[in-house]
Design a protein. Structure first.
Lengths: 268, 336
């Protein structure tokens, strides 16, 4: 039995090297000043209106996008779970694609579809309808949820497959309309999976910047973009970037913790 | 009470149900029996409203229910894997159909109490499904199905996920409950023993069609086709011919049969005996101890016959024995 502990060593080493060490060094950088460790940069970041705004934008944007992705992903998962085995397997392999693509590729995909000269806008223009502006908050708010819907559906799939059809049918055989079956039975029963999926999507969107960068450059004030600009642009300031990164991680962590607390209430 | 008229249903290229006509009598325990893929579950789901027939009519209580969704049909349903609502207690599960009908809370309490008493679950109201055994979960599911006061109770292999002892216990309960409530019941199973023990009538299905319809005794003792003979009970089909009231296989066998022409004699293991003066001579190939009896496999005239014997003084494999045939036995005509 004691020998089994050594099996943990490679995993722990890996985590130490690629997770704990970078995290500690970011934290250290954010606190280090010529006069020793201090919270000075945190105070400065929290006092700066533009960083506060970025923080708030990121939270609101990631939160709303998660809600939208959850709503879409819920129905996608339900619909997929009802399909026969073969098309279902095929679709599930497709759902893994958006999440595994680089944010830039996703952005270019949406530019082709929804950009100024994209397919959708050419159609809208031809019909004399107002054009869709991909390079705006609304644009981001369409793109982020859309490409996270399949990811959310994937996260919810195991639970949906095990209870989706049977609970729906049991509720309807008990006299519930489809709407009552959804609200009274299916949603509460799926809640652990919904919250788990939301955690994955929320964490991803808090940190996502590739897609936003490709679509709107630095025009939209998001915390992830602020960090990126402090690391890669002329405003280069690694300690401040570290500070913002810690703030980003902390707020994501708090969000995930709240979701986990909420999830526990549904574990009967 | 429940009636299917010329019902067809296909799923893509698969013909699940083909021209099925059935009529359940009021208060009857009616079983659809057959191997997986025979269309029995599809038939049940057509009655429930989870599938729509391609052709034909489904009637409940004399009313055509084809256009009605499940929630508007007078049904109660029990599923193979219970399908209890995990976020609700036992009380909440049974109360669910009652609350949907907007009964006053006092009435809901009273009804749930009655139902839980019926299924012997009083005291477990506050438990969640996870905290119950499989048998208890299925009792909750049964109470929930009865709560709607349905005209017909639909049971989809409700015992098949339970282990043997609980299955038998719940089988008895089911029979008792059905008798007490007098509820018309449509039961789906692949387990012939269950079907024989529970049913007033059994419909044996095969490849979407009705193979035989009859009482358990009829289905067991007078199988209409070789398929039914093979599926219900155990036994060996001996190919031969019925002529002048006797079975012939080369020569006349001392077994009375009904019918005429080529076909199969069904020899059930419990109808064969070892007898010094028996008609067939054979050799014991295998003896399987089954607790209350021993099943012998005997090779005789190129046939492998099964014989059930009390477990005392059973001949060993290799011994020569003589088998006495029953004076009469089921005969299944060829092509049936």
């Amino acid at each position: 039995m004691r020998g089994e502990r050594f099996l943990l060593v490679p995993g722990l080493l890996f985590m130490a090297l690629f997770f704990a060490y970078p995290l500690a060094s970011i934290l250290e950088r954010s606190l280090a000043t010529p006069g020793g460790l201090s919270l000075e940069r945190y105070l400065r970041a929290l006092a700066a209106p533009s960083y506060l705004e970025a923080w708030r934008n990121s939270l609101v944007f990631a939160g709303l996008s998660t809600l939208a992705a959850a709503a879409g992903g819920l129905f996608l998962a339900y619909w997929t779970a009802m399909l026969p085995l073969r098309p279902k397997r095929f679709l599930l392999s497709l759902y893994a694609i958006p999440a595994s693509l680089s944010g830039l590729v996703v952005a270019f995909g949406f530019i082709v579809l929804l950009g100024r000269n994209g397919v959708v806008n050419q159609l809208l223009g031809a019909w004399g309808l107002p054009r869709f502006d991909l390079y705006s908050w609304v644009g981001l708010f369409v793109v982020f949820p859309l490409y996270n819907i399949p990811l959310f559906a994937l996260a919810l799939m195991p639970l949906m497959e095990s209870v989706g059809r049977s609970l729906m049918e049991a509720a309807r055989a008990s006299g519930a309309t489809p709407l009552r079956a959804w609200t009274g039975v299916l949603l509460p029963a799926l809640m652990p999976g919904i919250l788990a999926g939301s955690s994955i999507v929320f964490a991803g969107m808090m940190g996502a910047f590739g897609t936003a960068l490709a679509l709107t450059g630095f025009a939209k004030n998001l915390l992830s973009l602020q960090i990126y600009s402090l690391v890669a642009e002329s405003t280069f300031d690694l300690p401040l970037a570290s500070t913002l990164a810690v703030l980003l991680m902390a707020s994501t962590g708090v969000g995930l913790y709240l979701l986990a607390l909420w999830e526990r209430r549904f574990r009967h | 009470m429940v009636e299917l008229k010329g019902v067809h249903k296909r799923f893509g290229p698969v013909r699940a149900v083909e021209g099925l006509d059935l009529r359940l009598r009021e208060g009857e325990f009616f079983t659809l029996l057959g191997p997986s893929g025979c269309g029995k579950t599809t038939t049940l789901r057509l009655v429930a409203g989870f599938e729509a027939p391609d052709r034909g009519e489904v009637l409940i209580g004399g009313e055509v229910v084809n256009p009605l969704p499940p929630e508007r049909r007078p049904i109660g349903m029990v599923f193979q894997h219970y399908a209890l609502f995990p976020n609700m207690t036992v009380f909440g599960n049974v109360a669910f159909p009652l609350r949907l009908r907007r009964l006053p809370e006092g009435e809901v309490r009273r009804r749930v109490g009655e139902l839980l008493e019926m299924v012997h679950l009083v005291g477990l109201e506050g438990r969640y499904p996870k905290e119950l055994s499989g048998g208890q979960q299925q009792r909750v599911a049964l109470a929930r199905a009865l709560a709607r006061e349905p005209k017909v109770l639909l049971l989809d292999e409700p015992l098949s996920a339970l282990d043997a002892r609980i299955r038998e216990e719940l089988r008895g309960e089911l029979k008792r409950l059905q008798g007490e409530t007098g509820l018309t019941t449509l039961y789906v199973t692949h387990d012939q023993e269950e079907a024989l023990a529970l049913s007033d009538r059994i419909a044996v299905m095969r490849e979407g069609r009705l193979e035989q319809l009859g009482t358990p005794k009829e289905v067991y003792e007078e199988p209409a086709t070789a398929f039914v003979a093979g599926f219900v009970g155990s036994g060996v089909l001996v190919p031969g011919e019925a002529r002048e009231g006797l079975f012939h296989r080369g020569r006349a066998w001392p077994v009375r049969v009904r019918g005429e022409g080529r076909g199969y004699l069904l020899l059930r293991p419990e109808r064969l005996r070892l007898d010094q003066g028996g008609f067939l001579e054979g050799r014991v190939v295998l003896a399987t101890y089954l607790g209350s009896l021993v099943r012998l496999e005997v090779e005789a005239e190129g046939l492998f016959l099964k014989v059930d014997l009390p477990p005392e003084g059973v001949p060993a494999p290799g011994e020569r024995v003589r088998l006495a045939l029953p004076p009469e036995a089921p005969f299944v005509p060829e092509g049936g």
